[in-house]
Ligand binder design. Structure first.
Ligand SMILES: O=C(O)CCC(=O)C(=O)O
Ligand SMILES: [Fe+2]
Length: 264
């Protein structure tokens, strides 16, 4: 249970920085069950060379896996979300198990928002968030998450040098790509303890270094979204004009490339 002060501070941090850490969300016993289950799934999975920068990449539906279902209804996590004012986020009903194998390659810089043509992309509140559960302690050594704080709402130099994420290009680059794997002057590492929860705004620039240890680093990632056509109850600030004027019926072609709705 977060105190009201902590919850407010964490929400403010999430809105401003585009990510936030909530400590100690999974119990030790549940963590061990998740480790065993992810190891079992990994053992029967063949890693696709195309996905090597994301490591193993195993899509698991809650409807088909009781333990993943337990994760997507894990009370302490959803209580924390509610404490932050994010109670209207619902899971997409699935998780992706991602790894950095022992000695595994880095993950390229990217963001995961795919609706940059929609003026809603300007929202000063989160639209889609990843709930990231790392099953081991992470550090720069084993390829912990790194982010560019504030890059969910503001254009950074890196935006203009990016190869678009995943299937749109980045999966096919070389590991010696000059910018996609580089350290960035604006980057911050987000090391965690196993069982912590990281919330990540889908629009934030993030990456991970190579795993320089000989132990696999496993992440269970669960996307959550909130209703598209409402404003969160906690939001007291201004509403961008483009959002106020937005036609909720309009359809926008999907795009992973930030345009006019990412401000300089
Ligand atoms: O491995 C990580 O820490 C993040 C994974 C990720 O961001 C992705 O696969 O889109
Ligand atoms: Fe990502």
């Amino acid at each position: 249970m977060l105190t009201p002060e902590t919850a407010l501070a964490k929400r403010d941090f999430m809105l401003r920085e585009g990510y936030v850490l909530v400590e100690n969300v999974l119990s030790q016993a549940f963590l061990e069950e998740l480790r065993a289950e992810t190891e079992r799934l990994i053992a029967s999975h063949v890693e696709s060379p195309e996905l090597r920068f994301q490591g193993q990449h195993i899509y698991v539906k809650a409807a088909e896996n009781a333990l993943i279902d337990s994760l997507l209804t894990w009370k302490p996590a959803y209580e924390a979300l509610a404490d932050l004012g994010f109670e209207d986020f619902t899971s997409h009903g699935s998780t992706i198990i991602l790894t950095k194998e022992a000695g595994g390659p880095p993950l390229y810089w990217h963001q995961d928002h795919m609706e940059w043509n929609d003026p809603l992309s300007l929202a000063p509140w989160p639209l889609k968030i990843a709930l990231n559960y790392y099953l081991s302690d992470t550090s720069p050594e084993n390829g912990c998450l790194k982010v560019i704080p504030g890059s969910h709402l503001k254009r950074f130099p890196l935006h203009d040098r990016l190869v678009p994420a995943h299937e749109q290009g980045a999966r096919f680059i070389d590991e010696d790509h000059p910018t996609m794997f580089s350290d960035d002057p604006d980057q911050v590492y987000v090391p965690v303890k196993a069982g912590d929860l990281v919330l990540l705004d889908g629009r934030i620039l993030h990456a991970a270094d190579r795993n320089r240890t000989d132990v696999r680093r496993t992440l269970v990632l669960a996307w959550h979204s909130r209703p598209r056509n409402t404003i969160p109850d906690f939001w007291q600030g201004e509403i961008p004009e483009e959002i106020a004027r937005r036609d909720p019926q309009a359809k926008y072609e999907a795009s992973r490339i930030p345009g006019a709705y990412l401000r300089s």
